[in-house]
Design a binder for this molecule. Structure first.
Ligand SMILES: *Cc1c(COP(=O)(O)O)cnc(C)c1O
Length: 374
């Protein structure tokens, strides 16, 4: 690939000195799980998010799962979730023992459609889990309004939305709690698996602190049946370095997104991302739609341009959820997205010239496609 979808070697080049010195600091301290680096990262990340508490964890899936556990949401409960999310959001609900209630997205923004949320609520509904998909915040004002009306919890899946805002308020600061992933490819990425919960709810933070560490507050005194989902000191030290660059790196993503948006403006059969009024996305992904998506992806591949599909199989049609008995056609908007979405190269280290090449290849594809069909 001349232009890879994402190159995770380049960030190291930019931050080598800072990351190497963080590594040396942890090695010399000789403390590898939780501890001072983790405490410091939790403080820095909670203040970045505008939240009172941050509890770091092993990964983003655990963050979603442990929020549900700590709120005692489980068997007999229903949780509303986008039909078109990464499967992790669904799995967290399943792990907790609750029922997944999928709701179709808004066809333009790809995010949970508040109008459809209300009609999915039953007496068993306990929580709504909006996902800020691709880094664009969901319509949180309307979602909170519905949640208050029906006394539901709001748990944000903010795994793609580090630094995103809606109506000037950070993604993750809207609901009762937010789940974060620091998987290497995320906007704030560790050099391995990592995740966190942010919240203003001190009780929730305390319960998750116990759950992540075998259900204990004091070592070897176990109050509840917990898990092991602790953050490594080394990952915390790396994340502290990368957090300092997050806003700058998000600004670079924004410039790339703008270059794509300008370049694709008059390519009528390519559907560019549509932004909701008041959002400032993190641009985790730049996702276009095209009726001949597979042909377009091959065309770009031949030109040496790496792309990905987020996501090719909607959770309800995945083998893992065959027990739901949902057939093709159950969630038509979600299924249409799975057929047509394509994620273009995006990241803070993508060169302006590379974006220009991608845009030109897209133009070339549209032009040949037009002459074929006429
Ligand atoms: C990455 C991601 C997760 C899961 O995070 P992990 O750290 O990989 O467990 C959950 N939800 C969404 C939307 C994600 O993009």
């Amino acid at each position: 690939m001349k232009i890879p979808f994402l190159d995770l070697k380049v960030p190291y080049k930019e931050l080598k000195e800072e990351l190497d010195s963080a590594y040396a600091r942890v090695m010399e301290a000789g403390w590898f799980v939780l501890g001072e680096e983790v405490d410091a990262f939790e403080q820095e990340f909670s203040s970045y998010c505008g939240a009172k508490y941050c509890v770091s964890l092993g990964n983003g899936l655990d963050a979603l799962h442990l929020i549900l556990k700590a709120y005692n949401i489980g068997a007999g409960d229903e949780v509303i979730v986008p039909a078109n999310t990464y499967i992790a959001t669904w799995l967290a609900i399943s792990y907790a023992g609750a029922a997944v209630i999928p709701v179709e997205p808004d066809v333009h923004t790809f995010n949970l459609d508040p109008r459809r949320v209300e009609s999915a609520i039953t007496e068993r509904t306990r929580a709504i889990m909006p996902v800020h998909l691709y880094g664009q915040p969901a319509k949180m004002d309307s979602i909170l309004e519905i949640a208050h009306k029906y006394h539901l919890m709001v748990i944000e899946d903010a795994a793609q939305a580090h630094g995103a805002h809606f109506q000037s308020k950070p993604a993750g600061a809207w609901g009762d709690a937010a789940a974060w992933s620091f998987y290497p490819g995320k906007n704030l990425g560790a050099l391995g698996d990592a995740g966190a919960v942010t919240t203003d709810d001190s009780g929730l933070a305390e319960r998750i602190r116990m759950l992540r560490n075998y259900g204990s507050r004091v070592k070897y005194y176990n109050e509840i049946k917990g898990y092991n989902s602790r953050l490594d000191s080394l990952q915390a030290a790396f994340l502290r370095v990368k957090l300092r660059h997050l806003d700058d790196w998000n600004r670079r993503r924004k410039a790339i997104a703008q270059q794509y948006l300008d370049g694709l403006m008059d390519l009528s059969d390519i559907i560019a991302p549509v932004l909701l009024d008041g959002v400032d996305p993190s641009w985790h992904l730049f996702v276009i739609r095209h009726a001949q998506r597979d042909a377009l992806q091959k065309h770009l591949e031949r030109a040496g341009i790496g792309t990905l599909i987020h996501y090719p199989v909607p959770p309800h049609l995945s083998e893992a959820y065959s027990d739901l008995g949902k057939r093709a056609g159950a969630y038509p908007i979600t299924e249409e997205m799975a057929r047509t979405v394509l994620s273009l190269p995006m990241g803070p280290h993508l060169a302006q010239e590379s974006v220009e090449i991608v845009i030109n290849e897209l133009k070339g594809f549209v032009a040949t496609n037009l002459s074929c069909s006429s």
